[in-house]
Design a binder for this molecule. Structure first.
Ligand SMILES: [Ca+2]
Ligand SMILES: [Ca+2]
Ligand SMILES: [Ca+2]
Length: 618
């Protein structure tokens, strides 16, 4: 090489007094033969024509050197190029664009069996910042570490058929036309390809014999005007994916990750990436691996849910009919070694099972329930069962006050004095609370229902589901003469409708009775001997369905909300509704119009044209 040492006067920015120190400049042009070193003392190196490192020759560039092309020249490496900068001694390769018009130079090109190893470098203003020639051999290698590649037509270009090794590690490629266009054995690690007007990465497999493989890991590919990463193969996929795409952030590109191939096979394994807000998140012309059976990727537009809270969505992320991620993450991965982020879900509700009047005088109420699924299982993080008590029913517990806070594992509670000694009704809402304070109420509540009955006839029902449905248990607190209910149809006789056999009866003083059960679906006549309270314990269900048979039905109204007949029976094709009228002997019945009210605890005659299910909300 012909070298022209020059001395230049450089402005010394740090002082305004006197001239700055003299600085060297070196003009370079032509072949490097043997070993040559460009030193900081000789910097800047001005490239006045193509610089060609001959086969077997070595060009070493020291930290802090600036290399400026004076025209559309290149540095062509057939031998060895070692450009080893340092963190505070970056080696700059650029066009000498100190004045207009700006131009591009041709960058660094590795050809034949050349080896280029660059670290702490900045390459800019080139047609292609780094190029590997087409059909370069497997010995050819380009290693770039800790580099900024910007304002190039393409930052890295590896031509068709190259079997070279390409390593980009901690490389920022931004503000280029395209960032990386590569084939061969390519590893892109811990790098950022962002803000390029074209694509971030185009990886190509051209022929089966080109040994192409890609590892793209721990990198960010974002805000590119074209694809984030497009993997393209002419030959079909082999037995193992040629491309591994793991632990990357692929965000806000026109296309996040695309795989294209003229024929089928698995080309790529794409796992543990955050794929975020790309105009098109992914395309897969063939069938690639988007999860490894345990983990897939985080997709910002995934709409599924995570019922078991393990951090993995319960339904696949669908790319197309034959391409899907079966194990999508619910939350972005913060780093790749981290597993999915388990979500602390609200606890599963407890399951109220029954409420009973207890104690020798039935003075108490005992509640029983099944444990939350998160008590001893699931997230196993139940902190307490909170039991709230209210005097009138509210599904949301409005007006309720905390009665007791019970430890995990509790399945029963005795409300001492809450039974017959307490004249009012009592409603109990059970709420499971977890360690994080998240709470889940059981929809079904417990209740003690209490109603004062005067002597004489009543047409009644029990507006809660009694836990003990034996008729004499339901009526155990009442001094009654007789209770009767009507059953339509009776399933065990063929008598005419309305026959006495369609009635079930319990005379308190007789040992024999046909009325054995009373539940919330039944209406019943009750003749009270002396004024007494009807007190029943059981459950308030959110809704109850009563089967109405064709003809007359004597039914309950299991709700604590008064509704008009029209509202309560909306959707049921009924003919007639009758309710209790104590002022209308001898039958004590009155036909109800659509605007008459059905009240909790009443019994009703309903005649329907055809059988129907009647659902009542509590
Ligand atoms: Ca597909
Ligand atoms: Ca899940
Ligand atoms: Ca929880």
């Amino acid at each position: 090489m012909i070298v022209f040492p020059l001395l230049l006067l450089a402005a010394f920015a740090g002082t305004r007094f006197g001239p700055g120190p003299a600085a060297a400049s070196t003009t370079v042009c032509g072949h490097v033969i043997g070993a040559e070193t460009w030193t900081a003392a000789g910097s800047p190196y001005l490239v006045a024509c193509d610089v060609i490192v001959d086969p077997g020759s070595v060009l070493t560039i020291q930290a802090g050197v600036t290399v400026l092309a004076l025209g559309q020249y290149e540095i062509l490496v057939h031998g060895y190029l070692f450009a080893t900068g340092s963190s505070n001694g970056t080696i700059l390769f650029a066009a000498n664009n100190t004045g207009p018009p700006p131009f591009v130079w041709r960058g660094i090109r590795v050809a034949s069996n050349g080896i280029a190893d660059l670290s702490n470098v900045s390459v800019r203003d080139a047609q292609n910042g780094m190029t590997v020639d087409g059909y370069a051999s497997q010995r050819t290698s380009l290693s770039v570490r800790d580099a900024d590649l910007t304002a190039n037509g393409q930052a890295v270009q590896v031509h068709v058929g190259a079997a070279a090794s390409i390593v980009l590690e901690r490389v920022n490629a931004y503000g280029n036309g395209n960032a990386v266009n590569a084939t061969g054995r390519v590893a892109i690690i811990d790098s950022r390809l962002f803000g390029n007007s074209g694509w971030g990465l185009l990886f190509r497999i051209d022929t089966p014999s080109s040994f192409a493989s890609l590892t793209l890991r721990d990198s960010e590919i974002s805000d590119n005007g074209g694809w984030g990463a497009l993997l393209y193969s002419i030959p079909p996929g082999g037995p193992a994916p040629a491309a591994t795409v793991e632990c990357n952030e692929v965000a806000r590109n026109a296309l996040g990750i695309g795989v294209e191939a003229p024929s089928g096979g698995v080309l790529a394994s794409v796992v543990r990436n955050n794929i975020v807000n790309n105009a098109v998140q992914a395309t897969d012309v063939v069938t690639n691996l988007w999860d490894d059976g345990a983990f897939g990727n985080f997709w910002s537009d995934y709409t599924g849910t995570d019922g078991d809270g393990d951090g993995i969505g319960d339904t696949p992320y669908v790319i197309d009919t034959d391409s899907r991620d079966n194990r999508p993450f619910m939350a972005p991965l913060l780093n790749c070694v981290q597993g999915p982020t388990p979500v602390d879900l609200p606890p599963g509700a407890a399951t109220p099972s029954r409420a009973d009047l207890t104690g020798s005088t039935l003075g108490d109420v005992t509640l029983s329930w099944g444990l939350s699924a998160d008590d001893g299982g699931g997230e196993d993080d139940v902190a307490a069962y909170d039991l709230f008590l209210g005097p009138s029913y509210s599904a949301a517990g409005v007006g309720y006050a905390l009665l007791a806070s019970l430890p995990p594992g509790t399945t029963t509670y005795e409300d001492v004095g809450g039974g017959v000694l307490d004249p009012g009704s009592r409603f109990y809402r059970l709420v499971v609370r977890d360690a994080a304070g998240q709470a889940t109420a059981s929809a079904t509540q417990f209740a003690k229902y209490s109603r004062s009955l005067a002597a004489g006839w009543h047409l009644l029902s029990i507006p809660i589901a009694p836990s003990d449905t034996d008729a004499r248990s339901v009526l155990q607190t009442v001094d009654y003469v007789v209770a009767r209910t009507f059953v339509n149809p009776r399933d065990d006789d063929d008598d005419e409708e309305g026959d006495d056999d369609d009635w079930e009866e319990d005379c308190r003083d007789k040992p024999w009775r046909s009325l054995r059960r009373i539940d919330e679906t039944k209406g019943f006549w009750l003749r009270v001997r002396t004024a007494s309270d009807l007190v029943v314990a059981g459950l308030v269900r959110v809704s109850t369905t009563i089967r109405l048979e064709e003809g007359w039905n004597l039914v309950g109204y299991p709700s604590f909300l008064e509704r008009t007949v029209a509202d309560a029976l909306a959707g049921v094709s009924y003919r007639t509704v009758e309710g209790f009228d104590p002022a209308n002997p001898p039958y004590y019945l009155r036909r109800l119009g659509p605007s008459d009210l059905m009240e909790p605890g009443g019994g009703f005659w309903i005649r329907v044209r055809r059988s129907a299910d009647w659902t009542i909300q509590s």
